[in-house]
Design a binder for this molecule. Structure first.
Ligand code: HSE
Length: 343
């Protein structure tokens, strides 16, 4: 197809043995990408026939003490990165809509494939970004935006080729589930549990989005765009966080054999209307989300042919999230070589 030819062209055919990539943002996820790329360098080279080189890293503050990245340009100026000759892949792990969206538009316009973990940005701009990428013949990887290491995006893309999805229900914020689990199991107060989630690299730099339900909401909107090709009107969706749940509430629920779960759900009715909600629910042992503990996320997909498919796994953290971004890279390179095509 034209797409494959464009991509092969952008990689310079067989003569170019090295893929130049940049990482935008060097927090938990950015560092995870760097480490995995280094650890898996030889394996990736063998399986893909190309060497992946991290050429540059965009940081906020070049003066800050950080892990050594020998031979890599570390800069706080995006212009230094976008002007790297032959840059082909951009990993983006920044928070918030801007300047991330602007950076990714410019990277796509330059002919780079982009791989993002930025759910705040992607939940809003997935459609224009996809259109832009299509017109430029490049790919967007966004597995890491939703449910961390749980491969829900690639699974959905695959099953949507035959199945249709009627309903999605899940736990989409690892920090919230970790906090609720710690409060129940160890009677650990909310603030201390949040501090642990931050120390473990699960929480956002500003954990407001985690505990207010906004992070789960953005992920639900990304799933909605993929599964239903549209999103509900954002203001119509009731979004409640776990920040109002006290240790006493959790204790009382436990005495009754119940657990708090932070549940994000969306359903399409026969007329195509979408109904979504995000908030805590009390669930009993017969509920599928009852047993999902700690940083794990779970996503149950109700489909017409398969029935209900549930994916469970770590929903946050350096390596689960970064590894799916490197998988996106491998998938994109595979596409470029025509190994396989997905929607
Ligand atoms: N802060 C997010 C969470 C990270 O806890 O789920 C993964 O998106």
């Amino acid at each position: 197809s034209k797409l494959e030819l464009n991509c092969a062209d952008s990689f310079g055919g067989d003569s170019m043995a090295t893929i130049k990539a940049a990482i935008l943002g060097f927090g938990t996820v950015g560092q995870g990408i760097y480490n995995i790329v280094n650890e898996k360098r030889e394996d990736l080279k063998k399986s893909l026939g190309l060497e992946l080189e991290i050429s540059a890293i965009l940081v906020n503050n070049v003066g800050k003490e950080r892990m050594a990245t020998p031979g890599v340009l570390v800069t706080d100026n995006f212009e230094d990165i976008i002007n790297i000759p032959g840059l082909q892949v951009v990993f983006e792990a920044i928070v918030n809509e801007e300047p991330a969206y602007n950076y990714l538009c410019r990277a796509i316009d330059k002919g780079c494939h982009v791989i993002t973990a930025n759910k705040v940005m992607f939940s809003k701009y997935s459609i224009p970004l996809h259109e832009r990428a299509k017109s430029r013949g490049v790919f967007i990887g966004y597995e890491a935006t939703t449910a961390g290491g749980v491969p829900v995006i690639k699974t959905l893309k695959n099953l949507l080729q035959v199945n249709s999805v009627k309903r999605i229900q899940g736990i989409l914020n690892g920090t919230s589930n970790y906090i609720l689990t710690q409060m129940r199991q160890d009677e650990c107060p909310f603030d201390d549990s949040l501090k642990e989630a931050q120390d473990l690299g699960y929480a956002e730099a500003d954990p407001f989005n985690d505990v207010s339900g906004q992070d789960a909401f953005r992920k639900l909107m990304i799933l909605s765009a993929l599964a239903f090709k549209k999103q509900p009107t954002w203001n119509d969706v009731r979004v409640v966080g776990i920040d109002e749940i006290s240790l006493e509430d959790v204790r009382k629920a436990k005495e009754q054999g119940l657990r708090y779960r932070h549940v994000a759900e969306i359903e399409q009715d026969e007329n195509g209307e979408l109904y979504a909600s995000v908030g805590p629910q009390l669930v009993g042992p017969d509920h599928p989300l009852y047993s999902i503990e700690g940083v794990n996320n779970a996503v149950a997909l109700d489909t017409n042919y398969i029935g209900t498919l549930t994916l469970v796994g770590p929903g946050a953290g350096m390596y689960p999230t970064a590894s799916v971004m490197v998988e996106d890279y491998a998938e994109i390179i595979g596409k470029r070589a025509g190994f396989f095509i997905t929607i």
